[in-house]
Write a protein that binds this ligand. Structure first.
Ligand code: 2P0
Length: 325
């Protein structure tokens, strides 16, 4: 009863920002992302009858506390679904997602864990069913089941049965690239979980976010399907700015940006003014991800590396979905 799976992280172009049900992890809006080849997690799960509890390591270090509890609760869900509640698991994850790059390792982490654990326990699931169960580990992980572009459909049902990701365009549909600009002063003091909760509950701008998210999603899908980089980039950048605007209205207010974040945003806009198509997006942290096309890679990379405070620039292509090793 052993399986190993690999999953890549993803960057949201239309953000998931807010839950309508926190325990089932049901979102208030649908989101869309590009899976990235540069960052992945590989997880081995073995269910054994001789284990009294679950064991969990990341990069060979034993995990305890809240991170352990999240994994244990997720394994409970898989045990219940499989009807095998008396089995515990040995879980070993190797994370190739540099924490400093500001990519949520929970996306690749829970996608790899869900794939390996369901296979190890003998639950045959379609990608859609796998995405749905993965959702209860971490929302953004629903999209990492697929390569290329994926949409997490928010669904309507109270039980979450129609809330899962679906593929939008395969990994080889479009060679669009992402540069992650790692900033030296990156300190995140509001987790994305807490940040989205506070925003939903207190920000007067949240309604505006909700009103425009569905339209952004429809528009960006057109941009992706027709490989229209200007359209895709503009919508992604604007959607990111709207998400971050909601945090300023929260009580207490907060922002994930630092002065260096704004420097990178302005550098990207200056590149555009000079005729190089590039657009930024930012998740729940200070680092900036820049979308660009392969023919501009050298210029974009050099321009970003020259920004004072840019510690590293990590380049990524469209990545593949979950695979078994
Ligand atoms: C996203 N983020 O769509 C958005 C954009 C952050 C900003 O998904 O609570 O770690 O585990 O469902 O998936 C980060 O939140 O949150 C996130 P949970 P998750 O990628």
């Amino acid at each position: 009863m052993k399986a190993t799976a690999k999953a890549h992280t993803n960057i949201a172009l239309i953000k998931y920002w807010g839950k309508r049900n926190e325990s089932l992890i049901l979102p208030t809006n649908s989101s869309l992302s590009l899976t990235l080849d540069g960052f992945h997690t590989t997880t081995m799960v073995e269910f054994r009858e001789d284990l009294p509890v679950d064991h969990f390591t990341i990069n060979d270090e034993v995990v305890s506390g809240e991170s352990y509890s999240r994994v244990r609760e997720f394994l409970d869900l898989i045990r219940q679904t499989a009807g095998k509640t008396d089995l515990y698991a040995d879980v070993h994850s190797i994370n190739n997602v540099p924490t400093a790059a500001g990519f949520a390792s929970s996306a690749s982490g829970f996608a790899a864990l869900a794939a390996a654990a369901t296979k190890a326990i003998g639950l045959p699931l379609s990608d859609q069913e796998l995405s749905r169960i993965t959702r209860q580990g971490s929302g953004s992980a629903t999209r990492s089941i697929y390569g290329g572009f994926a949409e997490w459909q928010m669904g309507e049902h109270l039980d979450g049965s129609d809330s899962y990701a679906v593929p939008v365009a395969a990994q080889d549909h479009w060679d669009i690239r992402v540069a992650a600009v790692v900033l030296s002063d990156a300190v995140k003091n509001v987790s994305s979980r807490e940040g989205m909760k506070r925003t939903v509950e207190t920000s007067p701008f949240y309604d505006g976010w909700l009103r425009s998210a569905a339209g952004d999603l429809e528009q960006i899908k057109e941009g992706i399907m027709t490989r229209d980089f200007e359209k895709t980039g503009q919508i992604a950048e604007a959607n990111c700015l709207k998400m971050h605007a909601t945090t300023l209205g929260a009580s207490p207010p907060f922002t994930y940006w630092t002065d260096r974040t704004v420097d990178v945003m302005q550098t990207v806009q200056a590149m555009r003014a000079k005729g190089i198509p590039a657009f930024f997006t930012i998740d729940a942290g200070p680092n900036v991800k820049v979308l660009y096309l392969p023919e501009n890679e050298k210029t974009v990379e050099k321009t970003l590396r020259d920004i004072p405070g840019a510690e590293d620039v990590i380049l990524s292509k469209s990545g593949q979905g979950v695979s078994f090793l």
